[in-house]
Ligand binder design. Structure first.
Ligand SMILES: C[S@@+](CC[C@H](N)C(=O)[O-])C[C@H]1O[C@@H](n2cnc3c(N)ncnc32)[C@H](O)[C@@H]1O
Ligand SMILES: [Zn+2]
Length: 176
């Protein structure tokens, strides 16, 4: 949701420090207005297939990799900046937007000083490989602490409505 008042440059809004979600995180050092472009997600551009092959061979970590499009990704581990430390939340306050092939972190809401910045990683399975909800939660657990945490960094498909008569029991929230 880039604002029409987009300053077109990254200002000094953030501080990197230990996070309660995971390892190192990124925090607002002063109030950040909704719609602010906070920082570019910098890093080396790589061809996704090559990246995944290198990861499968154990030659490369995917920790700081961000998808750009079908073919390209950015690896913040190389030539990256503080944006690589932004943790995931299932109820995020930021979002990544890509302009002319360059990804930026934007504030989706007013963010108070001291609050951790997060975006929804929406991890996807590679190629035809699909993993179950249970395995997603086991392999990529989420510790964001949000009330509606889905338990994983993976983007889970929406549950399909069950067929049959709607009874009160079926109208209650889905259970695992
Ligand atoms: C881009 S890094 C984020 C920075 C990371 N905290 C660090 O110290 O390097 C992504 C990694 O952080 C961890 N992470 C981020 N958000 C998380 C969350 N909500 N729950 C659990 N781990 C998370 C995962 O290990 C993920 O692979
Ligand atoms: Zn979560």
């Amino acid at each position: 949701m880039p604002s029409p008042m987009d300053p077109g440059r990254d200002r000094d809004f953030i501080r990197v420090r230990p996070s309660g979600i995971h390892g190192t995180g990124v925090f607002a050092k002063r109030p950040i207005p909704r719609g602010t472009r906070i920082i570019e997600y910098a890093g080396r551009r790589l061809i996704k297939v090559e990246l995944l092959e290198a990861a499968a061979r154990g030659e490369r970590e995917l920790t700081y990799v961000l998808n750009l499009d079908e073919d390209l990704a950015i690896d913040g581990a190389e030539q990256g900046n503080d944006a690589r430390f932004v943790n995931h939340s299932c109820e995020p306050n930021c979002e990544i937007y890509i302009f002319d092939g360059t990804p930026y972190l934007y504030a989706m809401q007013e963010i108070a000083a001291g609050v951790e910045l997060t975006f929804d990683y929406k991890l996807q399975s590679a190629g035809a490989l699909r993993i179950s909800r249970a395995l997603s939660r086991e392999l990529f657990p989420c510790h964001c602490g949000a009330p509606m945490c889905r338990g994983t960094l993976v983007a889970l498909p929406k549950r399909r409505a069950r067929t049959g008569r709607a009874t009160p029991a079926q109208l209650s929230p889905p259970q695992d």
